[in-house]
Ligand binder design. Structure first.
Ligand SMILES: Cc1cc2nc3c(=O)[nH]c(=O)nc-3n(C[C@H](O)[C@H](O)[C@H](O)COP(=O)(O)OP(=O)(O)OC[C@H]3O[C@@H](n4cnc5c(N)ncnc54)[C@H](O)[C@@H]3O)c2cc1C
Length: 286
């Protein structure tokens, strides 16, 4: 195969191809971190695995860099590039739950919000990120820490299989039996081993949780962090959470005159029986 033109790429994909000549270019190249201002040559807004294969082929045949974009939350901007091809999977976000096998298959551009909304009605969940707009893609490939991790392991520990487009433009299945070395690499190795068009996860019974953010005065931060560390070490595995610093957002449960102040924060999530939640969080409240 020789060099491919943009028109040949447009003919091959079901989704859209966006370049600097298109009105949609600025919107299409925007990622979560506003400090990242990159101008790809071509953005392929993929709608199926075939589109991802076309984007990979196009980049390879034209000798261009390729960035794969899921939820676009990469802080250093690894979901985009200058002068290369972006395979944008953010239009591929379907999630299918199999309640009998207790698994869910998410397309490569789904966010954790998409995922949780799909699994919640079945009373099932897996370890995801703490923010609903983060992509399942980048988070799982990097390991994945979330509220449920103490009990269920990292997101990548719950990955059962993945459909992956490799650099030669083929789609392969990676799991414990097929392409096991690739499967191993996907579980924490980051985004460089291929473009994952769908992720299959193991689910556990989790529905409603007891939890939320707790704000403490900044001068008490050392006490708060120490108390959190002491408590979490031996707490039941259904308790997850983290301490942090937070500028108070304008939310109804925060007094108006404290909006914009910096606080010490603990966000806690109890995923055990709901009626035990208050007790489980009491040491942190106290
Ligand atoms: C607000 C915020 C909250 C966060 N919270 C958490 C958290 O709770 N827990 C945690 O572990 N991390 C968290 N992170 C870090 C986050 O997991 C990483 O930034 C992750 O890489 C983002 O994935 P993404 O798909 O949204 O980003 P993208 O920028 O789209 O992608 C990030 C990397 O993954 C690759 N990638 C994405 N999708 C695919 C795919 N389908 N196939 C192949 N490669 C792909 C990209 O090429 C890129 O290298 C958070 C980040 C932000 C900005």
């Amino acid at each position: 195969m020789g060099k491919l033109s943009n028109d040949q790429l447009r003919e091959r994909v079901r989704g859209t191809v966006v370049t600097a000549d298109d009105d949609a270019f600025d919107e299409a190249r925007t990622v979560h971190n506003a400090m990242i201002d990159r101008r790809p040559a071509v953005i392929v807004r993929c709608v199926n695995a075939g589109d991802v294969m076309a984007a990979v082929d196009f980049a390879r045949e034209n000798g261009l860099d390729l960035a794969v974009r899921g939820g676009a939350h990469s802080v250093p901007g690894f979901g985009t590039c200058d002068g290369g091809v972006v395979a944008d999977l953010s239009g591929m976000r379907g999630v299918r739950v199999d309640p009998v096998r207790r698994t869910a298959r998410a397309e490569g551009g789904a966010t954790w919000g998409d995922f949780n909304a799909a699994t919640y009605p079945f009373g099932l969940a897996t370890t995801g990120g703490i923010i609903s707009t983060t992509g399942v893609g980048g988070l799982t490939l990097g390991g994945g820490i979330g509220y449920l991790a103490r009990g269920l392991g990292l997101s990548c520990d719950n990955l059962v299989s993945a459909d992956v487009v490799t650099a030669d433009g083929r789609l392969v299945v990676a799991d414990e039996e097929q392409n096991a070395d690739l499967f191993w690499a996907l579980r924490g190795g980051g985004g460089n081993f291929g473009a994952v068009t769908s992720f299959e996860y193991r689910l556990a019974p989790v529905k409603d949780i007891y939890g939320g953010p707790m704000l403490f005065e900044l001068e008490d931060a050392a006490t708060v962090v120490r108390a959190f560390a002491d408590h979490i070490a031996d707490a039941p595995e259904q308790l997850g959470g983290f301490p942090a610093f937070q500028i108070a957002p304008p939310l109804p449960f925060i007094p108006e005159d404290r909006h914009g102040d910096t606080f010490a924060l603990v966000v806690a999530c109890w995923a055990g029986p709901l009626d035990e939640g208050e007790n489980a969080l009491r040491p942190l409240h106290d």
